[in-house]
Ligand binder design. Structure first.
Ligand code: XMP
Length: 501
């Protein structure tokens, strides 16, 4: 991370919590620099970073079981303010002499917290603190647990709920109070000078050497291309591997945008070989792995064809690094970012100019670079593309049906007043009986997915109007002959995920 004002630093110690990035992002959103490090960071390392405050994340384990992650107990005596969240609260209480036990059924979802003024907060825990350490007082409760506690004299604070989640009322304010009220920061973190400092750094690192970028057309790799084309316009080559799993006309759109930029853009049409590799493959993780690997093969061949280009650029962003470096989390699904290439490719160096930034920060940079808003504000699209939106084995025919349904859905929703944050069609592997004209039909079911989310790590289904849903359904069933009916997915995350596979 380069030349960003980080003299006020909040250290987020990770114990495997699903929401750790939300914590660091919430802190940065409040103009304070933060980074996530493994929970067992040594006391010396912590002291070396000179944090203004420490936040302990949640995590899936139980503190009272052997082998559960712990922090260096010395951090509670540094005089640096500490905020423990969920598992972080258990850890703080357990290590300082309190008691943590299983709380029976646990609390999952929005729960009312009885504080001075009651509010709802996102809870996701089974264990509860049953005895506070000496010097601590409970500051709020729910019907079944201590919701927050503190030892203000030692600047130690803990919450059972997740203030970093948008589902906690006033959650941001709780974090703000910890940062500005307890840690005493002034809020000096800005990303305005990021483009300038990165441009200088890229030029210095590359010298006169060429650099190759895997461009997927997604926000991250596009902004990376924008940044590199500004810094080293004549040294950059972008390769777009079109795996044939893109949405309707998407490959052509990407080509159109980047062919118009001052950079060398190469599109590789590799649809056939991806479909051959995917033939008959049903299992979602297997599909993801095959696509990731085949992508690398195509990229390797292409870069060999171009002769030796010494540097590789990747659109890696901070959450990608945190996810792959996490020690205690559990894998929900292996996200494939088509920019993620192996080190085995022989390059003298890899540059990752966005690796210190969160997604919304990347979008801000994209805007500053003048990229079209259709690209900068693009909805997330999974690296494995439509292969994980066709349930079961992928075929050209199924992709074709899904592309048409998805295009109709997007046409209808692109124009609504409150657009959901992400929406797409899924081709299910269920067939149902229908009637068209006087004919019986027996065709697949299309599922419509539309979600509201700030962070794409949790979501709620979008409350679309019945009028809009009705229009989507009647257009899909009448305009596409191979679809018998349309259903709307009303599952949140958790317990669902955004994508179906
Ligand atoms: P899930 O399905 O995990 O999705 O709830 C969360 C967000 O991530 C997107 N997604 C992916 N993005 N590579 C990506 O770059 C992937 O393999 C991938 N899988 C899911 C998904 O669209 C949603 O926005």
């Amino acid at each position: 991370m380069s030349k960003i004002n980080r003299d006020e630093f909040i250290l987020v110690l990770d114990f495997g919590g699903q929401y750790k990035e939300l914590i660091a992002r919430a802190v940065r959103g409040l103009s304070v620099y933060s980074e996530i490090k493994p929970g067992d960071l040594s006391l010396d390392e912590i002291k070396g970073m000179n944090p203004a405050g420490i936040i302990l994340t949640g995590g899936p384990k139980s503190v009272y079981l052997p082998g559960s992650p712990v922090c260096d107990p010395g951090l509670f005596s540094l005089g640096v303010p500490v905020l423990g969240i969920c598992y972080g609260m258990h850890l703080m209480c357990h290590m300082l002499g309190g008691k943590v036990e299983s709380g029976g059924a646990g609390e999952y979802g929005r729960v009312v917290v009885n504080a001075d003024s009651p509010f709802t907060a996102l809870m996701s825990h089974r264990d509860i603190v049953t005895r506070l350490p000496e010097g601590f007082v409970a500051t709020a409760r729910t019907a079944s647990c201590i919701a927050s506690c503190e030892n203000a004299k030692r600047k130690l604070y803990a919450v059972q709920y997740h203030p970093e989640s948008a589902h906690t009322e006033g959650g941001k304010e709780i974090i703000r109070r910890f940062l500005y009220g307890v840690c005493g920061v002034s809020g000096n973190y800005k990303i305005d000078d990021y483009v300038k400092s990165q441009t200088a750094e890229i030029r210095q690192k590359l010298g006169k050497n060429g650099v190759l970028l895997a461009l997927s057309g997604g926000v991250d790799s596009s902004v990376c291309a924008g940044l590199l084309s500004k810094a080293v316009p004549n040294q950059l080559v972008c390769i777009f591997v079109d795996h044939g799993l893109m949405r309707l006309n998407e490959g052509d759109e990407i080509q159109r945008v980047f062919s118009g930029q001052k950079l060398r853009f190469i599109r590789v049409n590799a649809k056939e070989r991806f479909l051959v590799k995917l033939k008959g493959v049903v299992e979602p993780e297997a599909k993801r792995k095959i696509i990731g690997e085949e992508f690398i093969r195509v990229f390797e061949e292409e870069s060999a064809r171009l002769g030796r280009i010494p540097f590789l650029a990747q659109g890696t962003i901070y959450p990608d690094i945190v996810e792959s470096g996490g020690k205690y989390g559990s894998t929900i699904k292996s996200h494939h970012n088509v920019g993620g290439l192996p080190e085995r490719l022989s390059f003298d160096g890899v540059i990752e100019p966005l690796s210190g930034l969160f997604k919304d920060e990347v979008r801000v940079i994209g805007k500053k670079l003048g990229l079209p808003s259709s690209l900068v504000n693009r909805q997330p699209f999974p690296g494995p593309g439509l292969a994980v939106r066709v349930m079961g084995a992928v075929t050209e025919e199924k992709l074709d049906i899904l592309r048409k349904a998805d295009a109709i859905l997007r046409e209808e929703l692109d124009g609504v007043k409150r657009r959901p944050n992400q929406y797409f069609a899924v081709l299910t592997d269920t067939k149902s009986v229908g009637v068209k004209g006087d004919e019986r039909t027996y065709n697949p079911v299309i599922a419509v997915r539309a979600v509201e989310t700030d962070d794409f790590m949790t979501c709620e289904y979008a409350r679309l109007s019945h009028k809009v849903l009705g229009r989507i359904s009647s257009r899909i069933t009448s305009e596409i002959s191979g679809v018998s009916r349309v259903v709307y997915d009303i599952t949140g995350k958790p317990p669902g995920t955004v994508e179906w596979e």
